[in-house]
Design a protein around this ligand. Structure first.
Ligand code: GLN
Length: 504
């Protein structure tokens, strides 16, 4: 009998339903692994051991009583620490929310539990989801399970490290500019950003409300489909969640797409792309053509990447994102004022303004402050038209390019990240270099479309390589089926890092 941690979420769900393993045994196995290994990886900010064991016992009791267990019955998962839960804390890896207890539970989390999942704990992230390496966490640094001296990516770095080191069967992360897909790529797991509006954002602490979306990180594409099926759908608490019907992603994922047309994004697969990552994209393309797909070259002119005389990269998408996202963040983060939420300065202050500024100065980290200042500037009178309004126009052009592309092809294929996992500390001194980590993921959020990152083996130094598939609005079903075609073509072997292999 395979050990619970060796099983995919789907296999574990089936084994629990069949009575081959209990939810309590599976949960215990994960909690023990966290106890043993998370000291080195630090994926979790909080572990809810007692609560998880209680939930598991309820599921085992339900099974004994002959009740159905739900599509994730007994599967131990993690959630990112920016999703509100009525138990434990919701910290956003920020000092300002270090002791914040949310009064309610996020819809996506509620849905996961309703589907039978057991929540093990909350995972580390860049503070307020701002970053690409999880080094902006005010609580702890998370290591990449493939090489502990490297970053797991970010901002859902704890989620990706946890999935890849087998410290949970699957996870929920959030993606505003790449925060699910980029860490999934750097840690060697699957990460899906759904269409904007596919999953309720109710109870997700807001960073940039027109871009944020919750999605799954998993060991393989069918598990990601299973997780998405559980959390997708309209929610009366989130007016931006869509009424569009939710397909049964888990049921259709094994069905290859007949006559799949795949667009290779010319602007993404250029000479400046790292050779090994380019080879990974070619390998994925070959899997698709072997499965009967046709390739078409597609141009997304407004997602173009330029190389400066000194070799620095730039793109409209990154520039546009850092206006829109920071503008929204500066507004969303205004609520942390020392009076309504979170940290309040212990110092004696003269007036309310001083209370605000002192509490915020103590509570926010440098990157968050940088974003608030950038966003406030972009929205300030006299600069609004020059920056914010202009960025909205660029955003529209980027989205129009995608709309035109999906008139010609079913999915687009390209890289997820410009490089493999980088060394801790390598980019912390240079925010702009850090921002460029999302050069291939950001335009997806600006356009609101779904995209998935999936692993394509290891590079010459043993670090995960990944590719990204993109689809049109609400085309998750097609996206997952196409991703599964790649996974199957590759032999579909799960990548297990040294940190996840420790015990047998
Ligand atoms: N790395 C990007 C940023 O720092 C994206 C983060 C995210 O998707 N939450 O804003």
């Amino acid at each position: 009998m395979t050990a619970p941690r060796e099983m995919s979420a789907l296999a574990l769900r089936d084994a629990i339903a069949a009575g081959q393993v209990s939810a309590a045994e599976a949960t215990r196995a994960y909690l023990d692994a966290i106890e043993r290994q998370d000291g080195a990886i630090r994926a979790y900010t909080q572990v809810f051991a007692d609560r998880a064991m209680e939930r598991a016992a309820q599921i085992d009791a339900a099974r004994a009583a002959g009740k159905p267990l739900g599509p994730l019955g007994g599967v131990p998962v993690s959630i990112k620490d920016n999703m509100c839960t009525a138990w434990g804390k919701t910290t956003c890896a920020s000092k300002i929310l270090e002791n914040f207890h949310a009064p309610y539970t996020a819809t996506a989390v509620q849905k996961l539990e309703a589907a039978g999942a057991v929540i093990l704990g909350k995972t580390n992230m860049d503070e307020f989801a701002m970053g690409s390496s999880t080094e902006n966490s005010a609580l702890q640094k998370t290591a990449n399970p493939w090489d502990l001296a490297r970053v797991p990516g970010g901002s859902s770095g704890g989620a990706a490290a946890g999935v890849s080191a087998r410290l949970c069967a699957a996870a929920l992360g959030s993606d505003t500019g790449g925060s699910i897909r980029q860490p999934a790529a750097l840690c060697g797991c699957v990460g899906l950003k759904p269409t904007y509006g596919r999953v309720s954002r109710y109870g997700l602490v807001a960073f940039a409300s027109s871009l944020d979306q919750i999605g799954p990180l998993a060991r393989n594409v069918p598990d990601a489909a299973l997780m998405l099926s559980a959390i997708a759908g309209h929610d009366g608490h989130d007016s931006t969640s869509a009424d569009t019907p939710v397909a049964d992603y888990a049921a259709t994922v094994e069905r290859p797409v007949e006559g799949l047309r795949v667009g290779l994004v010319k602007e993404f697969i250029s000479d400046q792309l790292n050779g090994e990552i380019r080879a990974a994209v070619e390998k994925a393309a070959k899997c698709l053509t072997d499965a009967g797909a046709t390739l078409v070259e597609i141009s997304l002119p407004h997602s173009r990447i330029d190389v400066g005389a000194d070799g620095t990269l730039s793109s409209y998408a990154v520039a546009c994102y850092y206006i829109v996202a920071t503008a929204e963040a500066s507004s969303n983060l205004a609520r942390y004022d020392g009076a309504h939420y979170g940290h309040r300065t212990p110092k004696t202050v003269g007036d309310i303004i001083e209370l605000y500024s002192q509490s915020r100065a103590e509570g926010f980290g440098d990157e968050v402050k940088r974003r608030i200042m950038l966003g406030t500037y972009a929205l300030s009178s006299g600069y609004y038209d020059a920056h914010y309004l202009k960025a909205l126009k660029v955003r529209r052009l980027i989205a129009e390019d995608f709309r035109a592309a999906f008139g010609q092809v079913d999915v687009l294929l390209g890289p997820t990240s410009p490089e493999v996992a980088f060394r801790a500390g390598a980019k912390t001194a240079d925010p702009l270099t850090m921002y460029l980590s999302d050069i291939y993921t950001i335009s997806v959020n600006l356009a609101g479309i779904p995209a998935i990152s999936l692993p394509v083996g290891l590079n010459s130094t043993g670090l995960p390589l990944a590719v990204q598939l993109l689809a049109g609005i609400f085309e998750e079903e097609k996206l997952l089926r196409a991703a599964r075609m790649v996974e199957r073509g590759l032999g579909s072997q799960e990548l297990v890092p040294p940190a996840g292999r420790e015990e047998k």
